[in-house]
Each structure stands twice: as structure tokens, then as C-alpha cells.
Design a protein around this ligand. Structure first.
Ligand SMILES: NC(=O)c1ccc[n+]([C@@H]2O[C@H](COP(=O)([O-])OP(=O)(O)OC[C@H]3O[C@@H](n4cnc5c(N)ncnc54)[C@H](OP(=O)(O)O)[C@@H]3O)[C@@H](O)[C@H]2O)c1
Length: 298
């Protein structure tokens, strides 16, 4: 299969590339500024700005992929609020272009979306719940979903939540916790914000499985529901740090530009019934995270 991956240098994207490295698939991995140190006989890295819609369109037309995994996005939630034009171009217009060109080249499209399409008043959101974003990032991701649905193509919209991972990739909540706790420094973690923390490695494996299954529609793929405080405690306990370094905090203590949903956790029953990969259990995620953390030191 010929597969184009956007955002291949991101926290999730580079793990998808790693999973597909040295398989029989031909991978065209798109990045913007940060080329990851992953090479394989089947991987071609191409730098492109997703704002350049003409080039994006030309590139995909030339490649004529069988599948596109669209993981590229402007993910800075406060940044989206402050720079709406850029957020619109990258998250909405580029996604619309990719959806249209998928139709032209008859490609299966996997679009990575977010729990932030929901307002957070209910939690445990299923695929049938109605989105109602409370910040601009969530709005642009939802409009990306709509752009995909409006095309007559085979697509899967994958909504996930609070991605974490160690090693390559931007600083994320998991990496931050580990860095601080390994230096015996305390961290503050929110007791009143609930998400479904998702390990990048397990999410990437699920997405690779989807390439075969080609589930038509929307799927929630994420970990178990917990507060950020519970997550930090769990990481501390399972990776052998001192859990008392995790200090409880509340949303009122933090100053964000964009409002955050209070409980954007996802119900993943549908994906758990469809996929073989255990992307869900905290036990499994912590086992993998511990191994990955240990291998960094070796
Ligand atoms: N992180 C989370 O907690 C979370 C939660 C729910 C859903 N999601 C969704 O999951 C997907 C992956 O997220 P992530 O955390 O892996 O993202 P990330 O680490 O922030 O990476 C974003 C990726 O998009 C690329 N990108 C950004 N702007 C670009 C532009 N103008 N042109 C070309 N490429 C551009 C980046 O390229 P360079 O690095 O090379 O510049 C990078 O590869 C996104 O669709 C996001 O909305 C993320």
C-alpha cells in the first residue's frame, strides 16, 4: 500500500511512521519543520507547509496514495485562540483540501480529531453524542471532520484524547511528569479536569490496524477516563517515582487563554469491539511506557 502521513513528525505521527517502518508499504511522511531521526528503506520524508494548499494538492495527486493518515494539525490550544487565521488554514482548509483530493485519487482517509470537539459538561462521550466545542482549536477540528464527511469517500475519523509519550516528540503531560519526578521535583496536577490519556505507541498501533479494517465512520480511540491528578499519580506509582511529589491543583489555579472542557473523556466501546490492539487499559499503557522510559536510559 502507498500511504501518505501528514504530521509525521508529531507526537503521534512519528510513532505511526515507526510502526510502518520496513514493512511492505511505501510511506511518504510529511513534516513541516522537525524531521524525526527515523529512516527506513520504505520511507520518504517530504517537508511541506500545510498552508500551501496548491503544493499539498499537487503532491498527493502525484503520489496517488491508497491511504492518507491526516495527523498534521496546529495543536497549540491557546495558540489557536490567539492566531485564528493560522488555525483555520492548517486545521480546516488543509483538511478540506485533503478530503477533496482523497476523492480524486480514490484514497481511504484517516483523520485524527480530538475530544475537544465536546464541551466537557457530560464526559464519557460516545460517537453518537453531539459535539459542541468551547474553544477555537476544538471548533477547527470539528470543521475538519465536517469537511471530510461532506465528501463521498471512505474515511475514518479517529477522536482521541490527551496523547502522551516519552522519547521523540513535543513536551506532553506524560513526558513532563516523568522529567519532573525523575529530578525529584514536585508537580501540580488538576483534580477537576477529566480526560482519557492515550499512549502514542498504542494509538499508532490502532491506526495501523485500521488501515486494514477500514472502518467507515467515527471511532473514539483513547485510554481510560481519569483526572490529570490520577494520571500523574499512576505514572509516578508505575514508573517507580515518589507519588507524594504529585500535588493536587484546580482549574482556577491555572491561567489559560482558551477555556478547557471539564470532562472530555471518551467512551471507546465501539473501537474496543472492533480493534485487536489494547489501546485502552491503563495497565497495558503503563507497561509499555515503563519499557520505553527504561530503554531511553540504555
Ligand atoms: N496531543 C494531544 O493531546 C491530542 C489530543 C487529541 C487529539 N489530537 C490530535 O492528534 C493529532 C496528532 O497530534 P500530536 O499531538 O501528534 O501533534 P503535534 O505533536 O503537535 O504535531 C503536529 C504535527 O503537525 C505538523 N504541522 C503543524 N503545522 C503544520 C503546517 N503548517 N504544515 C505542515 N505540518 C504541520 C507538525 O510538523 P513539524 O513538527 O514538523 O512542524 C507535526 O508533525 C492532531 O490532529 C491533533 O489534533 C492530539
Amino acid at each position: 500500500m502507498k500511504i501518505v502521513i501528514t504530521g509525521a513528525s508529531g507526537l503521534l505521527g512519528h510513532k505511526i511512521v515507526s510502526e510502518l517502518k520496513d514493512t511492505d508499504n511505501e510511506i511518504v511522511a510529511l513534516y513541516n519543520r522537525n524531521k524525526p531521526p527515523i529512516e527506513g528503506r520504505n520511507i520518504r520524508w517530504v517537508s511541506i507547509d500545510l498552508e500551501d494548499l496548491v503544493r499539498l494538492q499537487d503532491l498527493i495527486l502525484k503520489i496517488r496514495p491508497n491511504a492518507i493518515i491526516h495527523a498534521g494539525s496546529y495543536t497549540d490550544v491557546d495558540g489557536c485562540e490567539l492566531n485564528k487565521r493560522h488555525a483555520w488554514k492548517v486545521n480546516v482548509e488543509a483538511t478540506r483540501t485533503i478530503a477533496k483530493i482523497s476523492k480524486v485519487v480514490n484514497s481511504y482517509l484517516i483523520y485524527i480529531s480530538t475530544d475537544y470537539v465536546f464541551d466537557g459538561s457530560k464526559g464519557r462521550y460516545s460517537e453518537t453524542d453531539t459535539p459542541s466545542p468551547i474553544n477555537y482549536y476544538g471548533l477547527t477540528k470539528l470543521l475538519g471532520e465536517e469537511a471530510i464527511k461532506s465528501q463521498d469517500i471512505l474515511y475514518t475519523i479517529v477522536r482521541t484524547s490527551a496523547i502522551y509519550g516519552v522519547g521523540y516528540g513535543k513536551v506532553n503531560f506524560g513526558k513532563y511528569i516523568i522529567e519532573k519526578l525523575s529530578r525529584k521535583e514536585s508537580i501540580k496536577a488538576l483534580k477537576d479536569q477529566y480526560v482519557s490519556p492515550t499512549l502514542n505507541t498504542l494509538l499508532a498501533k490502532s491506526i495501523v490496524e485500521l488501515l486494514e479494517i477500514r472502518y467507515p465512520g467515527t471511532l473514539h480511540i483513547a485510554g481510560e477516563r481519569m483526572s490529570r491528578y490520577q494520571f500523574a499519580k499512576t505514572v509516578a506509582e508505575r514508573l517507580g517515582f515518589d507519588p507524594s511529589l504529585v500535588v493536587e491543583a484546580y482549574e482556577r489555579d491555572f491561567k489559560w487563554v482558551a477555556p478547557r472542557p471539564r470532562d472530555s473523556s471518551l467512551d471507546c466501546g465501539r473501537a474496543r469491539a472492533i480493534l485487536k490492539v489494547d489501546f485502552y487499559s491503563t495497565d497495558r499503557a503503563m507497561e509499555v511506557l515503563r519499557e520505553e522510559y527504561r530503554s531511553l536510559g540504555s
